[in-house]
Write a protein that binds this ligand. Structure first.
Ligand SMILES: Cc1cc2nc3c(=O)[nH]c(=O)nc-3n(C[C@H](O)[C@H](O)[C@H](O)COP(=O)(O)OP(=O)(O)OC[C@H]3O[C@@H](n4cnc5c(N)ncnc54)[C@H](O)[C@@H]3O)c2cc1C
Length: 391
């Protein structure tokens, strides 16, 4: 009997991988096993159109049920995989069931970083990674008046915009000197800060949340400075950690993510991996990276499917790409902003558009572009071709 390809994690990467596998002629069973209860869905809208009530969960599903049935892809939801045994090529589920595979794919994604700011659990304190988290936040938004967002990263900022547009007063607490400090430079941070401030969002930089107060419900955040900020809704958005537990237990190579080669194969030739859980050597930036974006998940999933089929698609030179929607702006990023020796800022005074180009040795290595999709396309191709990009 031929054994299935099992995909762990019912994620964006998993869905792409499974359909690619079918398109490329995989004849055997495909099983996607995920521990969430929903059919696989897109995560980016959770902090955007879902939070602003423009879309429902139904509308952000990656595929309708019949597509999986037609492609003979079996979805096992609400199911946790607890172990991989590489010697027997089996996996174990939380209920003790053991399944054998011929090929295994790890698409386990990432989880939100947690901090404990109170002695007891308080209602009204949330993280956002899943549809279930989003539903809990939505429920509370109907009666929230003052939201405090701990962490000025992309997810926190997108939520700030959505809450603001729903009439909730928002304060963002950022521990660093600027919002988005981990991912962009000060020109972009200032543009985004001004945008939020114009809408009435308060941003407190260099402000560290020390503890939360309240009885059963949260009532305030106390900062290290001693300032107390009233809040009936708290979002903690302080980054994510790749889910590598299964891989580590199975003795696969792991280094800030499950290590994969340029064809999305792990240190075991029968196991591929794709998405936020992976790290790899980027052939243009010449260093190990872990990218948290849809584009990356899709690229790696395509390579992973090809590898399972005995073909090779090298994704390691693909330029990392990301976008963020806040109010009426679309911010797009490409490349990696580190090691640059020159920064060019275009349109710094125009609050409708801004482009920041980062070069090293007169070659473009990264760009952050607001409301100019054409320039984004040109920047991606300049990075790929190792050009300076003189516009
Ligand atoms: C709110 C939000 C907004 C975002 N916005 C953007 C954006 O604007 N642009 C962009 O490019 N990217 C954005 N992202 C990131 C993007 O969604 C991810 O990069 C993309 O979805 C890839 O995720 P993934 O496929 O690697 O895994 P994930 O989506 O993290 O899914 C992994 C799945 O595996 C499951 N799993 C893990 N371990 C097990 C196990 N042992 N057994 C069973 N199941 C398991 C998890 O529960 C989860 O369901 C956003 C993410 C979030 C949360």
């Amino acid at each position: 009997m031929s054994l299935p390809c099992i995909i762990i994690g019912a994620s964006h990467a998993a869905v792409q991988l499974s359909f690619n596998l079918r398109q490329q002629g995989w004849q055997h069973d495909i099983i996607i096993i995920g521990n969430e209860s929903h059919m696989p869905y897109q995560k980016p809208p959770l902090s955007k159109s879902i939070m602003s009530q423009q879309k429902s969960l139904e509308e952000i599903l990656l595929k309708k049920d019949e597509f999986y049935q037609d492609a003979n892809i079996r979805l096992m939801l609400n199911t946790n995989v607890t172990e991989i045994d590489r010697s027997t090529k089996t996996i174990k589920l939380a209920n003790g069931e053991v399944l054998a595979y011929s090929k295994l794919a790890l698409c386990t994604g990432a989880i939100a970083n947690k901090i404990s700011l109170s002695d007891k659990p308080l209602l009204g304190v949330h993280y956002l990674r899943t549809a279930e988290d989003a539903a809990k936040i939505q429920n509370q938004l109907t009666h929230a008046k003052n939201a405090v967002i701990i962490g000025g990263g992309f997810i926190g900022l997108e939520l700030a915009a959505a809450f603001n547009q729903r009439g909730v007063h928002v304060t963002i607490l950022e521990a660093q000197e600027n919002i988005l400090q981990r991912v962009v430079t000060s020109e972009v941070a200032q543009f985004i800060s001004s945008l939020h401030q114009q809408h009435g969002v308060e941003i407190k930089n260099c402000c560290i949340a020390k503890r939360l107060t309240g009885d059963s419900y949260v009532s305030a955040v106390v900062c290290e400075s001693g300032e107390s900020i009233p809040a009936d809704l708290i979002i903690i958005g302080i980054g994510i950690t790749p889910v590598t537990t299964l891989a580590t237990k199975a003795n696969l190579d792991v280094d800030n993510g499950i290590l994969i080669n340029q064809f999305a194969v792990t240190s075991d030739p029968n196991i591929v991996a794709a998405g936020d859980c992976c790290s790899y050597f980027h052939s243009i930036y010449q260093r190990n990276v872990r990218v948290e974006s849809i584009q990356n998940a899709l690229d790696q999933a395509k390579s992973a499917a090809a590898s399972i089929m005995g073909k090779e698609i090298d994704f390691s030179h693909n330029i990392p790409r990301f976008w963020s929607d806040q109010y009426d702006i679309k911010l797009q990023m490409c490349g990696l902003i580190d090691g640059y020796d020159n920064v060019e800022v275009i349109n710094p005074q125009d609050y409708g558009q801004l482009s920041v180009l980062y070069r090293k040795d007169n070659k473009l290595i990264a760009a952050v572009i607001i409301n100019n999709p054409l320039m984004m396309k040109q920047a991606i191709s300049a990075i790929a071709n190792q050009e300076a990009f003189i516009h």
